[in-house]
Write a protein that binds this ligand. Structure first.
Ligand code: UD1
Ligand code: CA
Length: 472
């Protein structure tokens, strides 16, 4: 079996970001830069369907320096860590991982290296580099790309017969070399036995650093086998500053949208639709313009979301409609409709068939099956049964200035327009409240209460018999 180790270099300061946050923690499509790189590495075995003996990898080794504690706290068990005390260049950073890599069992023959600031790299591409490296039994295999704007990438210098001679960093490149449009993407496979002694002997270059890229010239001089694999420039974008961060965001978002479209989701206007990487969406759901779906959100089939809708970290069943509204950490079962202009805050759970209309807010509340709350109302810290009518302007007065108190509304209750439910309070099943009632005491099942403060008026049989405003 082919054993390899992956090393991700992430110790750099990220000076060009001009940020207090370590560069690899800057978010991209809802997850830190480093998380995207790790995901590509972790999904990697899936990219080898055709190989009989799939290569085996250990957990990635991440080299940390600047902001080490913060990064390690965020990724914990997901990786192994090595520390580069002083940031003396990418070659020096890789050497810092030697002890951790050498302590792995079984010992890897191949070390795959990538940078923590290349979030667009795809598993298939890593697999291609490793596959080529193993097949050719090369000393070094690295990923290159062609571009008309090689900007600050290292240039790949080849000789007349096309053999790689070196990688020249732009700072040290001649004018002629600067015009080379084959660039170093920043993914490498090394033969471990050659790598460590060569890295240890690597001299400081004129920039006062140890460049990983200088290994290429050394291998070339020694007549070692150096292979290259060609990738596309978009997955190579290295995020050095916030302009590149935005450019990566655009590429990644497009990729995410296309993934959903190919799997059966209609996205009417990709230019104004923002979907995070971890979002899952069922078939035949339609997403209308100016809609943003973030976090670990799951959406069922046949939903209609937008225009102008924001959904964060929520779960939606099938057939939901959410128009020009906001959902945060909410759960909507099947066939729920929300909006326009409504807000579900954390802990809102709308059961099957709930209809929540305009200017309504639900927070930390369960709203039972087929309940209606069509206009201007607030439910906070409440439990509402099924088939309840919440009249226009109903408010749960859940906060007494010290505590949040609970409101319970039984099934088939009928809350008249402009009712204030002063929590803690319980409205029994099939009970009614009159328009403008201020309910300070529990209402028995089937009773009608009216007035300020609300008083018992009589028993009611069914909603049809109630002589109250229904607010519909
Ligand atoms: C590097 C390559 C360049 C390539 C480009 C691709 C070198 C010398 N140059 O340049 O050929 O075209 O990436 O994006 O490798 N890091 C450390 N410790 C250090 C220095 C850097 O861990 O001492 C890490 C950084 O955190 C970063 C990565 O290595 O994640 C790359 O470093 P960076 O300074 O961004 O290199 P580039 O100038 O982009
Ligand atoms: Ca970089």
């Amino acid at each position: 079996m082919n054993i390899y180790a992956t090393v991700v270099l992430a110790a750099g300061k990220g000076t060009r970001m001009r940020s207090a946050l370590p560069k690899v923690l800057h978010p991209l499509a809802g997850a830190p830069l480093l998380a995207h790189v790790l995901k590509a590495i972790e999904d990697f075995p899936l990219s080898f369907p055709s190989l009989d003996t799939r290569p085996f990898s250990h957990r990635p080794v991440v080299v940390l320096g600047h902001g080490a504690a913060q990064i390690e706290a965020g990724f914990a068990e997901r990786c192994l860590y090595a520390l580069q005390d002083e940031q003396l260049g990418t070659g020096h950073a890789l050497l810092a991982a030697q002890a951790v890599v050498e302590a792995l069992h079984p010992v890897p023959q191949t070390v795959l290296v990538c940078y923590g600031d290349m979030p667009l790299i795809r598993s298939e591409t890593l697999a291609r580099v490793l596959g080529e490296h193993l097949t050719q039994q090369a000393t070094i295999t690295f990923l290159t790309a062609y571009t008309q704007q090689p900007s600050d990438f290292g240039r790949v210098v080849r000789d007349a017969s096309g053999h790689v001679r070196e990688i020249v960093e732009v700072r040290r490149a001649t004018e002629e070399q600067k015009r080379i449009n084959e660039i170093n993407s920043g993914v490498y496979c090394f033969d471990r036995q050659w790598l460590w002694p060569t890295l240890q002997a690597l001299p400081r270059n004129s920039a006062g650093e140890y460049y990983l890229t200088d290994l290429i010239a050394i291998a070339s001089t020694q007549g070692r086998a150096i292979m290259t694999v060609q990738g596309t420039i978009d997955e190579t974008i290295g995020v050095n500053d916030r302009v590149q961060l935005a450019a990566s965001e655009q590429v990644l978002r497009r990729r995410i949208l296309e993934r959903h479209m190919y799997s059966g989701v209609t996205i009417v206007d990709p230019a104004t639709t923002y979907i995070d990487d971890d979002v899952r969406i069922g078939r035949d759901t339609v997403i209308l313009p100016s809609t943003m779906i973030s976090g670990k959100t799951t959406i069922g089939t046949n939903c209609r979301l937008g225009p102008g809708t924001v959904i964060e970290q929520s779960v939606l069943g099938d057939g939901c409609i959410v128009r020009t509204s906001m959902l945060e950490e909410a759960v909507l079962e099947d066939d729920v409709t929300v909006g326009p202009f409504s807000h579900c805050r954390p802990g809102a759970h709308l059961a099957h068939g709930v209809r929540m209309g305009n200017f309504a807010e639900v927070k930390n509340s369960y709203v039972g099956t087929q309940t209606d709350m069509h206009h201007f109302s607030y439910l906070g810290d409440a439990t509402v049964g099924e088939h309840v009518n919440i009249g226009a302007g109903t408010i749960t007065c859940n906060y007494d200035g010290v505590r949040k108190n609970h409101t319970a509304i039984g099934a088939h209750a009928f809350i008249g327009s402009d009712t204030l439910l002063v929590a803690p309070v319980t409205v029994g099943e099939r009970a009614h409240t009159g328009a403008g009632a201020v309910v300070r005491h529990d209402v028995p099942p089937g009773a009608l209460v009216v007035g300020v403060p609300a008083r018992f008026l009589r028993m009611v049989e069914s909603p049809e018999h109630a002589s109250v405003e229904d607010g519909q």
